[in-house]
Design a protein around this ligand. Structure first.
Ligand code: PPS
Length: 599
């Protein structure tokens, strides 16, 4: 049984006595344990100073933080990112990239930078204070800009993520979303970002430290997760805590995780259900508003430093910790145990102990979970992979009780009805005149004939008359147009409808961004209408190719502007030798094979 009660009164940490006790126990883990319960420095000023700063900040240049920057700022201000005192200076940034250390030598593996567009950075002078605001304009902090530089992003990607490969979600973010210039400087905290959800479940490092102090939890093993917990996770976390003779903190990330993950609302309801499965008073749960980077080994060291700051003494590291999936060559970015290796190397300096993740499997004959490397005898070992679980959920199939708790499965089913009841987006792309609109229209009426879900057509021409009437055909305008279509499609998908989009969408990265937006809520089926340029030009139904050839229309796709052919669309069709009706039918067959419509 895990220790649940406060330990003897001699060991209860009284805040005022901490310094004296540090002297008494200035050795080994006793020392570490007392440290982990003492308060940590925050960057917030007093309430009165904050009120004054808020008024003064009206005159400051303001930066509206991105969602990721809000996560970073929250952990900077509340001490979760100790020893950082603000967004990294250029010297710290370069040192973190090269050596995983700040310029003063402290261990810190992740560049925490304030990225802004060039236009914003140009208007600033060094030494100037700026106001950092949330997306509604509420001031959260001020920052003195001490550094302003243009980073070499490809270099950053190679050093931090191991490759400048945009299939890595953080590399993609770096190139596609992060601003071109980084600002660095110390931060003065005014107030915490506001959260309206699960307020009682969110704790600052000092709140957790005080909680552990109150309960007398001297050893705490943290479990980091961005996925729902099933029986295997419950079993392994319980075993890890028992082995370490520690209490357990389930510390899930609810800031930003990997695109496509189960949303945090659903996950937290699942975690709440699992909490009841641990022996009473041994286990706590707290939500961490971290923006993950999926940087594998570096991320493991970073996660551990964050957990140490939250008062934990142990940290569970499993196989492929914070792994981003496959790279452009279809291989894993990091080896399965690279994170454990790097952690081991820095463990003393991190000041928190690693508990290696035991891969747990279910042994049918003994009706229990056992570490895979300890299974003995001729027995049947059962396991359900993440992919298989998603398939069962999407097809409404049974999920056995040995795999997960019924309460967890209920929550997952509620949030994601089976595929044939979920929303989805069919995204046609292809040259002007390739037949996108015609097939899209045919598909729309076929789906309406079947009924069941509302269908919305977002055709290129129609969108440009309504949503995007002020836009032209520069790359910037085309991207904006497609992002708008993607936004509407993702909202439709989220709410259970079918969105059919039919723009040219000539750029790969923009199509990928739309895919990510939509896949957060449902399936995205990219259909490339591969009718050749020659055929489109021969048809020239709108007479535009002729005008483009004569130079009367500029930036015309295929003639004087690029079209990047999709590399791996779900479906590729050509209208050259196919009837429209048959093309639409092929899309229907694809939707059936994906389980999106009943066959
Ligand atoms: S994009 O690139 O996705 O934003 O384009 P889209 O919104 O689909 O708009 C394409 C339609 O606009 C007409 N048009 C042009 N297309 C390409 N390049 C240039 N310069 C241009 N100027 C006007 C054209 O009729 C496209 O319609 P479709 O249905 O694709 O033929």
């Amino acid at each position: 049984v895990l220790p649940s009660k406060p330990l003897g009164s001699g060991f209860q940490i009284n805040f005022a006595k901490t310094a004296r006790q540090n002297c008494l126990f200035n050795r080994g883990y006793e020392y570490m344990n007392l440290q982990n319960l003492a308060p940590i420095s925050e960057l917030y000023v007093s309430y009165e100073s904050a009120q004054k700063l808020k008024l003064d900040a009206a005159d400051l240049t303001s930066w509206d933080l991105t969602p990721r920057q809000i996560c970073d700022l929250e952990l900077l201000m509340n001490g979760g990112f100790t020893p950082l005192k603000g967004f990294l200076s250029e010297a710290d940034y370069l040192s973190v990239l090269e050596d995983m250390r700040l310029a003063d030598g402290s261990l810190w593996p992740m560049p925490i930078t304030l990225d802004v567009p060039e236009t914003f950075a140009q208007g600033l002078t060094l030494g100037q204070d700026i106001a950092l605001r949330d997306q509604e304009g509420v001031i959260l902090a001020t920052m003195t800009v001490t550094d302003n530089w243009t980073p070499d992003k490809a270099h950053e990607a190679k050093l931090v993520f191991g490759a400048d490969d945009s299939t890595h979600p953080a590399v993609n973010y770096l190139h596609q979303q992060a601003g071109a210039v980084y600002l660095g400087g110390p931060v003065i905290g005014i107030q915490q970002p506001v959260h309206y959800d699960f307020r009682g479940r969110r704790d600052t490092p000092n709140e957790l430290r005080a909680y552990f102090r109150k309960l007398g939890w001297r050893k705490v093993v943290a479990f980091q997760t961005r996925n729902p917990l099933h029986r295997a996770h419950q079993e392994l976390t319980f075993r890890a805590a028992k082995e370490a003779q520690a209490n357990l903190l389930i510390h899930p990330v609810v800031g930003m995780t990997k695109p496509g993950d189960v949303d945090h609302f659903t996950r937290v309801r699942c975690y709440e259900a699992v909490l009841d499965k641990y022996p009473q008073s041994t286990t706590a749960m707290s939500l961490l508003n971290l923006a993950m980077r999926m940087a594998g080994p570096r991320e493991a060291v970073w996660h551990a430093l964050i957990r140490k700051n939250h008062g934990c003494t142990h940290f569970i590291i499993g196989r492929d910790h914070a792994g981003p999936g496959k790279n452009a060559q279809g291989e894993d970015f990091y080896g399965p145990y690279d994170a454990q290796q790097l952690f081991r190397k820095y463990q003393d300096e991190i000041g928190i102990e690693m508990v290696d993740f035991k891969h747990m499997v279910y042994v049918q004959e003994r009706a229990q979970y056992e570490p895979a490397d300890e299974v003995v005898g001729d027995v049947t070992v059962l396991n359900i992979s993440g992919t298989e679980l998603r398939r069962r959920l999407s097809e409404g199939l049974e999920i056995p009780e040995w795999f997960s708790f019924p309460e967890v499965v209920d929550q997952l089913r509620l949030s994601k009805p089976q595929r044939s009841k979920q929303g989805f987006t069919v995204f046609f792309t292809g040259l002007s005149g390739s037949g996108k609109s015609t097939i899209a229209n045919a598909l729309m009426v076929k789906l309406m004939e079947m009924g069941g879900r509302p269908v919305t057509l977002l055709d290129g021409d129609i969108v440009r008359k309504n949503l995007s009437s002020e836009l032209g055909f520069s790359k910037e305008h085309r991207d904006l147009n497609i992002r708008r279509i993607g936004y509407v499609a993702s909202e439709i998908t989220k709410n259970g409808g079918i969105a059919i989009c039919a723009p040219i969408a000539p750029y790969h990265t923009t199509r990928r961004a739309v895919r990510e937006d939509v896949e957060a809520f449902g399936a995205f089926i990219e259909v490339h209408i591969a009718t050749s340029l020659e055929e489109c030009e021969r048809r020239d139904r709108k007479g535009l190719y002729k005008l483009a050839r004569e130079g009367k229309i500029k930036e015309f796709t295929g003639i004087s502007d690029p079209y990047e052919i999709p590399e791996a669309p779900e479906l590729r069709l050509s209208t050259e030798n196919e009837e429209v009706d048959n093309c639409a039918h092929q899309v229907i067959l694809k939707l059936e094979s994906l389980g999106l419509i009943a066959g």
